[in-house]
Design a protein around this ligand. Sequence first.
Ligand code: WT7
Length: 654
Amino acid sequence: MSSDNIASVLTENRVFPPPAEFAARARLNAEKLAALHAEAQADHTGFWAGLAKKNLGWQTPFTQVLDDSAAPNYRWFTDGKLNASANCLDRHLLARGDKIAIRFEGEKGDTRNYTYKQLHAEVCKLANVLKAQGVNKGDRVVIYMPMAPEAVIAMQACARIGAIHSVVFGGFSASSLKDRIEDTGARLLITADGGHRAGNIVPLKKVADEALAAGCKTIGKVIVHQRTSHGVDMQAGRDLWWHELMDTASERCEPEWVESEHPLFLLYTSGSTGKPKGIQHSTGGYLLGATMTTQWVFDIRDDDVFWCTADVGWITGHSYVAYGPLANGATILMYEGAPTIPDAGRFWKICQDHGVTIFYTAPTAIRALMKLGEEWPNKYDLSKLRLLGSVGEPINPEAWMWYHRVIGKERLPIVDTWWQTETGAIMIAPVPGAITTKPGSCTKPLPGICVEVVDEAGTPIREQDAGGYLVVSKPWPSMLRTVWGDNERYIKTYWGQFQNKYYVAGDSTHRDADGCYWIMGRVDDVLNVSGHRLGTMEVESALVSHPRIAEAAVVGRPHEVKGESVFAFVIAKGPRPTGEEADKLAKELRDHVAKEIGALAKPDDIRFADNLPKTRSGKIMRRLLRSIAKGEEITQDTSTLENPAIVAQLSGKA
Ligand code: WT7
């Protein structure tokens, strides 16, 4: 986050108490929320145990709540058995079998609805298909799909048989897909011929073929859902059509009852070093987190239409598309395409046409839609909306106020939700009927979530109005369990900094005098581009894998819409390219990064130089590069640099 933003949030003093009308009907008002906090404070594990018993269906009830004998590898509800898909589907069949579970709209305007009964039938059929293909409990299945109901069906079908899914976002490249498949050791891939995005076809099957051609030896079968019907190659003996397999599959499939700690899924996310980590989530604890936060933060009710715009390839799409709302028997909306097709009113037209009541999106989308002008939302009837949410990055007060005024008509609460792939579920957010909101603050931790602000030494800062590292001081049910295949990395990355005492989120924060949190951004070398996490090292390795590049350093630069954009300083082999040659190579490098990682990692800026700013010990001064990328006047002491003269060239001035 830029220093301008920090200054603007820290002087932000507007407050928005819960609207009376909302609070009167809410699941939680201030009093009920206070009671939950009191209960959690008095008995942390007892609090979570009570919720787990009341809100999840267990085939075998648990007797042990928290096993901390191998901390920080915590285990929750260890001797209980359940199934996530049975909790999301079977549980609702009696009371809500004919209620719509998923309303779907494709980019081209095609729509499909699934009732709970129908969704259950599809999930059971695919679960039987997977079993027939030899997928067993504990096997990994990679899902590389467009944002269509089949993606949720695939996730739920894996959960139903105890297979561990790993969804890879459809925007990732063949090389990223291959790395993830190989790290999971998956034996089956579920994909589609393609998806629709911004008027184009995303050629998922073609990319998957490329990934498989490059390795992925564990993959035996590929199930291909037909979405775009644009004609793809099917490899005999390996590739199977979804619809052909489903045609003959039975609609009955007993759920596989798994131990609470059985991994439900792996989801890869970027860190500050090397390759993305496979974040491993459990079944019982994860599902409890997704279920409770959907109630507390989204105030979910039976008559809601809940639209979370995130792709299922991200954690937000796991917890608030595929699991949380369904575990609560809610109706979700899924939209496949881009927000501006055919025009800038698409999101608002969808809200109107489907009667969306809860809308959850990212600040980057809000800023992009804000730029297109309020005449677009003003064309549509948004009167069904009752709650707005934000996630993925700090929301600047200007965007918050626009959301509040133009979409919320100054009447709807906004929940700014802080959490991470690793936390599984929302951690800090306003409970909308109970908490006074402030533009730019995610306000206060949820019940049972123990957050601290600590200094460099790991000492909690007790005074209000404090800044420091954001850490979590007690285990919580939906926390990650480990990094797939690398428990040491789990311990080192998340617990190492303060001797296993705290879970270290990697964010810095400010806590104001009212106890509200203002997230300031990452303290590690992780960028947040349009709400997507990106390691600077990942982009650097992609750049140096190009034959003409010797060295690269990547930093984030504040961006009006994306929040942050990728700025790359690049040293080519041979003389420094200039003029047309530089433009040509820059374009080549952008395409190369898209091919290595995915389009979301493309640098907006590439600057060629003869060298990077290094200290005499050879360390790159990233702080300096960040200032240069922002276009700031360099006031820092550059005398420790090996090559101070390079600063002018890096600044584009020589
Ligand atoms: C990082 C986690 C889980 C949501 C999707 C992103 C940043 C997330 C907020 C927020 C300020 C936020 C943090 C965090 N972040 N939500 N409401 N306010 N920052 O998940 O890819 O795992 O990224 O996103 O920096 O560490 P993720």
